[in-house]
Design a binder for this molecule. Structure first.
Ligand SMILES: [Zn+2]
Length: 590
């Protein structure tokens, strides 16, 4: 553990890091990144500053469809911006079901932020012309947060540093020093690649067909053997290269549900929500109980992780699992990609993930798409073998991409390793993320499934009111409330969990059930209470048929104080937003 680290060193390091994070080159002052028609260059990775600039420009372009606010500050003081996207003319965001999309919690997983930003741009430019988007923004809201981790994302994007997540200094090798031996761009080409060092007992050797390719050394094939290292020097002279780089905490192991200590879960951090970015996330989701689903964007591999992510799969509620498997089918249908459980082994867990917290504490189903399937998504299969090999990757990079994503091996005099060669793939834009040239394709492919998930939200509908004059100024008011959405008002079976109170009623729901209110003036309620909590209502989807009732009928007897009165009925719940009837005017006739 890191208790011995002097606070002063820590503060100094953070300050140095903040200074070094200033982008080397930013776009010219005043130049905009969003066109007058809302167009954006999607084949580009944006820094945190540029991403925030795009959000501000979109907000200026679509003031009635967006709100933009900061939900906290990163470790180094960057704003954590969230953009709210909804048609504000049809009601405030908080009265509509919401859907949360973020990206880039892991520093190098830049496609996550690209997809989130693309979604914002797509929603705004499609409103009014695309029926599906228009209906969603009229009735629902998206909360979009492209840069979960602006500090780490910039260190990866601008400086090509490899770090898992937050930049908070961390003593990975437990030598009492933090972040003292990161990899370096020794030859100054802007990339941190590999070093190959001639070594007669090395584990790799050059490929006879292309000397740039390093393959497994084999007895049968003669050739120069090498050992491979990541580019850098042994800064602290401990004999290990690059063993304690920037950061070390994994923020997606820092969430409070099923959190574990480092010996069981590396990267979990000193305590749950120790990081300002994770704390801001939990607080935001808690304060927005209308959130009905989460897409937490990562890379890579080209598949999506589903729940459960930290529990024995046998212990995960089977009705919710059936729902999740069903929702995943549309992902495979629209992307051609696989859905994988995040936890398959009863003993090997991912502890402290956002998805686990969101499900068990908020009843919300979340997803971890691992964007970026890798070179097979964009490299030509020249020999038609059905497999993309490294020769084809190099040929494609040479012929179609100007060789931009591979540094040819260059000699370098290394202080401890002697004469080495530095070179190799720019993995950040080859495997971890697609080359910028193919980024828009990757982003666009994700949209149908995200919209589909958002459309599952519960939606309350009120039939009535039926008003019956009973005589002597008494009127009976009856409404029937139902759920016209797909999911139940609890979202999941987990959301419908509660305890039975002494009076036989249910309390302390994971997700609050709907309530129905009679609002108005000129009368008193003589039978029934103004506010009535009804049970959860099931949705129209084929899953979770056992969760909640089909509909709920609520009656009131009101007595007019004078000749006339006016009222309306409101139905509301955390997850389904607010629905109201028109104002009803009644007049006493007998
Ligand atoms: Zn990740």
């Amino acid at each position: 553990m890191k208790r011995s680290n002097p606070r002063l060193v820590w503060t100094l390091l953070v300050t140095l890091l903040a200074l070094s994070l200033t982008p080397k080159a930013t776009c010219a002052q005043g130049s905009s990144l969003v066109g007058a028609n809302g167009s954006i260059d999607w084949n580009r990775y944006y820094t945190s500053a540029e991403t925030n600039q795009i959000l501000r420009e979109l907000h200026a372009l679509y003031p009635d469809m967006t709100e933009l606010y900061s939900i906290g500050e990163s470790l180094l003081g960057a704003e954590l911006l969230v953009m709210e996207v909804t048609n504000e003319a049809t009601g405030p965001a908080k009265e509509k079901p919401g859907f949360y999309v973020d990206g880039n919690i892991h520093s190098g997983e830049l496609t996550g932020s690209a997809v989130a930003l693309y979604l914002a741009g797509h929603l705004l430019s499609s409103y009014g012309s695309n029926l599906e988007v228009t209906d969603l923004l009229d009735h629902q809201v998206f909360y979009i947060r492209p840069k979960f981790n602006p500090d780490g994302a910039d260190l990866a994007l601008i400086h090509d540093q490899w770090l898992r997540s937050t930049t908070r200094p961390w003593d990975e090798d437990e030598d009492g020093k933090v972040d003292e031996d990161p990899p370096e761009d020794l030859n100054g080409d802007g990339w941190i690649t590999m070093m190959r060092v001639p070594d007669s007992s090395g584990r790799v050797q050059t490929d006879p067909a292309d000397g740039r390719i390093m393959g497994q050394a084999s007895e049968s094939a003669p050739g120069q053997r090498y050992e491979l290292y990541r580019e850098g020097i042994d800064n602290d002279g401990d004999g290990d290269l690059n063993e304690d780089g920037y950061g070390g905490i994994d923020m997606n192991r820092n969430f409070p549900r099923n959190w574990e200590r480092e010996h069981l879960q590396s990267g979990s951090g000193p305590f749950p929500l120790s990081e300002p970015e994770t704390y801001a996330t939990v607080k935001f989701i808690y304060e927005h109980p209308n959130i009905t689903g989460i897409v937490h964007g990562h890379t890579s591999g080209g598949f999506v992780f589903r729940l459960p992510s930290a529990s024995d799969p046998e212990l995960f509620p089977s009705d919710d699992l059936a729902l999740i498997v069903h929702q995943g089918e549309y992902y495979t249908e629209t992307t051609g990609r696989e859905v994988r459980p995040s936890s398959t082994d009863p003993t090997r867990h991912r502890y402290g993930t956002l998805l686990t917290w969101a499900y068990w504490d908020q009843g919300i189903v979340g997803w971890v798409p691992e964007y970026s399937p890798g070179p097979e998504a964009f490299v030509t299969d020249y020999d038609g073998s059905g497999v993309i090999d490294e020769w084809e990757e190099l040929r494609f990079n040479d012929e179609e991409l100007g060789g931009r994503y591979f540094s040819n091996w260059e000699e370098y005099d290394h202080p401890t390793l002697g004469r080495v060669e530095i070179g190799g793939w720019h993995t950040k834009f080859w495997t971890q993320n697609p080359p910028p040239e193919f980024l828009e394709v990757e982003c666009r492919q994700q949209v149908p499934w995200i919209l589909y998930l958002a459309k599952q939200a519960p939606r309350l509908a009120i039939a009535g009111p039926v008003v019956e004059e009973m005589g002597d100024g008494d009127f009976k008011v009856t409404v029937t409330v139902s759920n016209e959405g797909i999911l139940p008002t609890s979202l999941t079976g987990r959301g419908a969990v509660a305890r039975m109170a002494r009076d036989g009623g249910m309390r302390d729901w994971v997700v609050l059930p709907p309530e129905v209110l009679l609002q108005g003036e000129g009368y008193e309620v003589v039978e029934g209470t103004v506010r009535r909590v009804i049970g959860h209502l099931r949705g129209r989807g084929g899953q979770l048929r056992e969760v909640g009732e089909g509909d709920a009928t609520v009656e009131w007897m009101i007595r007019l104080k004078g000749p006339r009165a006016a009222f309306r009925v409101e139905a509301r719940s955390d997850k389904s937003g607010v629905t109201r009837t028109e104002w009803i005017r009644v007049e006493r006739t007998r």
